[in-house]
Design a protein around this ligand. Structure first.
Ligand SMILES: Cc1ncc(COP(=O)(O)O)c(C=O)c1O
Length: 395
């Protein structure tokens, strides 16, 4: 029996439904109360005098929030624009990517389905094509992974789109080495990074990527509807937004490339402004404490699932994952549904009968469970999950 980790209890910092074991922070990360209060405060200020807030204050407030975010991710605020989520950021990158007939966009078989779709559409519009590299299965070393990716590079490869932390498999990819090798070959890199913010230390300015797309409502626990797009200096000029609006300051400030993105018609920027409190919250906990505690619980969850349910980790070496782990689950049956996207019946039963929220996904024709562990999760919740799955599997 693996030894349970000794955890500090942070659950009271959130107002989660008490009866629910929420093990899916990786998809939709709830904010601690302090962050939700901050967001509400910004909304209240907007409502008091919208003219003052939107025209005279908002640009400066966003500058401050961007500086705080830039400091967290090791970049400069001049290279960041707030967007509602990684999906919007990725659409902007795809729509601005110069592609011609015959060009190639290189992705891999661990990428997020919606991201593959975004690039598929862009390729359809331009006559380019997406190429999906197969990463080694099983995974062994970062070098072997990088070689498998670059084996699919051709003289027509224009951009590599790669997750920092993958969605179906929850592994941390060696993106610095990928960026360095791509740069040497004159290929752009767009990093899809929503899971990496807070989970992984980041020095975005030295990473050498061309674009970085992220949501902040995952591991950072910032409000839903907060994300950013990082653009290297060489690509900023003329970048077009997903939604066209004024494209300039509302306050007479000198033009900036972010002006195209920060005003997409009237909206409430409270989610962006409360990013500061999310950074502060985890900073007060301590970045190492956050990473170590959540990793220890994710590792323990994996050990218990292997022991009790014959699960197999995507990769046993725990340096490949952070606060979440994916495991193949041989005892979860495959299902076919007429409607793609229908949740697995066990996922629904875990939620409705056992109060456990966790995703079950089919990947490479095998059923997988992805366990997310944030500061509010406990050893007891992992035991509850193991017991519930054992019962569904017939004891
Ligand atoms: C790797 C990856 N990319 C992109 C996204 C899209 O994030 P969002 O829905 O916040 O836009 C996700 C969401 O889970 C993801 O896991």
């Amino acid at each position: 029996m693996p030894t349970p980790p000794d955890l500090v209890d942070y659950r009271s910092a959130w107002e989660l439904a008490p009866e629910v074991a929420y093990l899916n922070h990786g998809s939709f990360g709830p904010s601690p109360t302090i962050v939700r209060v901050a967001r509400q405060r910004w909304t209240d200020e907007l409502e008091r005098n919208p003219m003052e807030f939107l025209v005279r204050r908002q640009e400066t407030l966003l500058d401050t929030a961007a500086r705080n975010l830039a400091q967290l991710i090791g970049g400069r605020a001049e290279n960041l624009a707030f967007v509602p989520n990684a999906t919007v950021a990725m659409n902007i990158v795809a729509d601005n990517m110069p592609l011609e007939a015959g060009d190639e966009v290189l992705l891999n078989d661990h990428e997020y389905g919606a991201v593959i779709r975004i690039w598929g559409r862009r390729c359809q519009m331009t006559g380019a094509r997406t190429v999906l590299a197969r990463l080694p299965d099983p995974l062994s070393t970062p070098e072997a992974l990088i070689d498998a990716l670059f084996d699919r590079v051709t003289p027509r490869t224009r951009i590599i789109v790669v997750s920092h932390v993958t969605s179906p498999t929850a592994i941390i990819l060696p993106i610095a080495a990928i960026c360095a090798r791509a740069k040497a070959q004159g290929i752009r890199v767009c990093v899809d990074g929503p899971h990496a913010i807070a989970m992984c230390p980041l020095a975005i300015d030295t990473l050498g990527c061309d674009y970085y797309c992220a949501s902040l409502h995952k591991w950072l626990s910032a409000p839903f509807g907060s994300g950013f797009l990082y653009v290297a200096n060489r690509h900023k000029a003329g970048l077009q937004p997903a939604i066209i609006s004024w494209g300039r300051s509302l306050n007479g400030r000198a033009p900036r490339w972010q002006d195209e993105l920060h005003w997409s018609g009237t909206m409430d920027a409270a989610s962006y402004l409360a990013v500061t409190e999310a950074i502060q919250f985890l900073g007060d906990v301590g970045w190492n404490q956050f990473r170590q505690q959540t990793h220890a619980l994710a590792r323990y969850a994996g050990e218990r699932l292997c022991e009790s349910l014959g699960a197999t980790p995507i990769i046993p070496d725990d340096s490949w994952y952070g606060c979440m782990q994916t495991l193949a689950m041989p005892r979860i049956p495959r299902e076919s549904h007429p409607q793609p996207g229908t949740p697995h019946s066990w996922q629904t039963r875990l939620a409705t009968e056992c109060g456990i929220e966790i995703p079950i996904v089919e990947w490479k024709e095998r059923m997988h469970l992805r366990v997310s562990c944030h500061l509010y999760n406990t050893v007891e919740e992992i035991e509850r999950l193991v017991a519930a799955l054992s019962s569904l599997a017939g004891g």
